[in-house]
Design a protein around this ligand. Structure first.
Ligand SMILES: NC(=O)c1ccc[n+]([C@@H]2O[C@H](COP(=O)([O-])OP(=O)(O)OC[C@H]3O[C@@H](n4cnc5c(N)ncnc54)[C@H](OP(=O)(O)O)[C@@H]3O)[C@@H](O)[C@H]2O)c1
Length: 264
């Protein structure tokens, strides 16, 4: 893998925490050059202190703002002369019923998890066509089936997956690799940072997230998937893979299992 990633140029969004931070760190450790994007300057600075900083450029930016997405893409040519891969990983979740969740929760989740991908694509696809590179979207099992208390999250990740499936087809001849990442639970800050009904931060973890895969394991599976030009990767526990199977072949059974389980 090290040989494959050496001197490749990547943009990673959501690089200040969890899966994105591991991705940026692993890529730099393998000799890649990385633009790491997130809103938290302090966390990006601490990442820069931990890795080979000559290969890491940090950019404070909000992926819900098109100008910030354009800026991330525009940094590639002057700094690296190319873009080999865009990993759009930034995302937020929620915990509230569909009835109680304020419209601003819907707007925030759609903007962060879905429209951001459109902004990045429109401003960066010409670079990925030049390199016949990789466009990766980090979705979720919730992009393929749904659970309660996450209506906007499920809707945004379903939208993301539909979008990725469409642009994969539009870029086949151009040779751009489009990969969807479908993780199960991962031990990160996603649940702590989830929005509640009124849009405030939940601030509390859940047992499922705490028992999830290590972010490093997920990041490694993403990097392997990129190298092998896979269509999708499903870093998850066997129980979660059963959920995926049931969602396709026995959705009524999955509904019964999920509706009777304690979702936090
Ligand atoms: N953890 C799980 O169980 C799980 C399961 C399935 C899918 N996923 C997906 O995995 C991806 C990464 O999440 P994670 O689990 O690593 O959670 P995390 O630790 O909370 O990291 C989320 C990252 O997204 C960034 N981010 C959020 N909003 C942003 C915005 N508007 N602009 C720029 N960056 C933004 C955050 O940085 P700042 O706050 O500094 O901006 C942070 O770096 C997400 O797309 C999530 O939906 C996670």
């Amino acid at each position: 893998m090290r040989f494959f990633y050496k001197d490749k140029a990547f943009v990673v969004t959501g690089a200040s925490s969890g899966i994105g931070r591991e991705l940026a760190s692993l890529l730099v450790s393998m000799g890649a050059k990385v633009i790491a994007v997130a809103r938290s300057r302090d966390k990006l600075e601490s990442l820069k202190e931990e890795v080979d900083s000559s290969n890491l450029l940090i950019m404070t930016g909000d992926v819900t703002v098109e100008a910030d997405c354009k800026k991330a893409m525009d940094l590639c040519l002057p700094n690296f002369g190319k873009l080999d891969g865009l990993i759009h990983n930034a995302g937020i979740s929620m915990r509230a019923t569909a009835e109680e969740a304020d419209m601003k929760v819907y707007e925030s989740l759609m903007a962060t998890n879905f429209y951001s991908m459109v902004y990045l694509y429109k401003n960066g696809i010409h670079l990925l066509r030049q390199s016949q590179g990789h466009l990766v979207g980090v979705s979720s099992m919730m992009g393929l089936f749904s659970t309660h208390l996450r209506s906007a999250y499920c809707a945004s990740k379903h939208a993301l997956q539909g979008y990725l499936d469409s642009i994969r087809l539009e870029n086949m001849e151009a040779g751009v690799h489009v990969m969807t990442v479908v993780p199960g639970f991962v031990k990160t800050n996603i649940t702590k940072n989830a929005l509640t009904a009124n849009g405030s931060i939940r601030g509390e973890d859940s047992t499922n997230t705490e028992a999830g895969l290590e972010p490093e394991e997920v990041a490694m599976s993403i990097l392997e998937g990129i190298m092998k030009r896979k269509r999708d990767v499903f870093p998850s526990r066997p129980k979660e893979k059963v959920g995926l199977f049931l969602s396709k072949w026995a959705p009524n059974v999955l509904d019964k299992i999920i509706s009777s389980s304690h979702v936090t």
